[in-house]
Design a binder for this molecule. Structure first.
Ligand code: SIN
Ligand code: MN
Length: 203
């Protein structure tokens, strides 16, 4: 499948409703299967503060954060290897990041009612030529985008279930974050909340 973005925001390509409702159900089931093998955990920042999102990963590497700092690790904090990347997510990568090598990490973030994610850059990967592909499932969320430097004016947009973003080229290192989710706006997740899956080449 090849499509053009619905909109561009600060160089980020936004594909609204990229996934059909049926594909969203399939991807959710695939993400749940990952979570059964590699349960969501509550990371802390390098400074020791608990993060409000819970997370796990699939692929060769998973992203972990604790008092040892942020890093990619080949093992879940529980000691197991990460499960395989969900097939539907891999298909999206092949469609939207066709020039890139296969992704090595699919980070899965779960946002409950009061979870948010502060403004940050994705810069723990070795090669910024390859994009980050981000898939939203479940409740709506306000996504905020800044610039390549910290601070300055920002823009926001609402991400809904089935929306996909590609952060590549000029937008690969822009600051971004999630202000808040709108709890209960989607019925996809049985107990509400939002899942975000991000695919990356790590090495
Ligand atoms: C992230 O930047 O890791 C997550 C963004 C999102 O939840 O949409
Ligand atoms: Mn990010």
């Amino acid at each position: 499948m090849s499509t053009s973005p619905t909109i561009m925001i600060r160089g980020i390509a936004v594909f609204k409703a990229y996934l059909s409702p049926a594909q969203q159900v399939t991807l959710l089931e695939e993400a749940r299967a990952v979570q059964r093998q590699a349960p969501l955990f509550s990371p802390t920042t390098a400074g020791g503060k608990p993060m409000s999102v819970r997370m796990t990963s699939a692929g060769k590497y998973g992203w972990v954060s604790d008092t040892g700092g942020y890093r990619y690790d080949q093992r879940h904090p529980g000691g197991m290897a990460w499960p395989a990347i969900p097939p539907l997510a891999l298909g999206i990568w092949k469609d939207l990041a066709a020039a890139a090598p296969a992704p090595e990490c699919c980070l899965i973030n779960y946002y409950g009612k009061d979870a948010r994610m502060g403004m940050h850059q994705d810069r723990d990967e070795a090669d910024f030529r390859w994009p980050v592909v981000s898939i939203s499932l479940g409740d709506d969320a306000t996504f905020r985008v800044g610039r390549e430097e910290r601070g300055g004016p920002t823009e926001s947009l609402v991400l809904s279930s089935g929306d996909v973003l590609v952060m590549g080229e000029k937008a690969r290192l822009v600051y971004h974050g999630i202000d808040r989710i709108r709890f209960g706006t989607s019925k996809l997740l049985k107990n509400g909340g939002r899942l975000n899956l991000t695919l990356r080449v790590v090495t």
